[in-house]
Design a protein around this ligand. Sequence first.
Ligand SMILES: [Zn+2]
Length: 112
Amino acid sequence: MNLPNCPKCNSEYTYEDGTMLVCPECGHEWMVNQETENDEDSSIIKDANGNVLSDGDTITVIKDLKVKGSSSVLKQGTKVKNIRLVEGDHDIDCKIDGFGPMKLKSEFVKKI
Ligand SMILES: [Zn+2]
C-alpha cells in the first residue's frame, strides 16, 4: 500500500480506517481519494523514499536512466543540484553537468 502523507502535517504514518485515512500524529481524518482543495498540497512531489521535494533541492539518481534522444546513460548516483519542480509525467526539471537541461521522474531520484 502506498498511502498519501497527511495533508495537514505531512506525516507519512497514515493508515486506512474504512473509507477514511487517519493520521496518528495530528489526528486528522480525511476521505480516501479526496482531492485536496489546496493547490500547494496537490502539487507535492515526492522522491523514491517518499520525501517531499522542493525547488532548489539536490538529489541523486537512484538507477541508470536512458537519456531521451541520445545513447548516453545517466548513471545511478549522479548528483543533480538545484532542481525545479514542474507539472507532468517527468516532474523534475534540472540541468546536469555533461548532459544539459533534463527532465526526470521523481520516482527515480532521492533527496540528499
Ligand atoms: Zn497529520
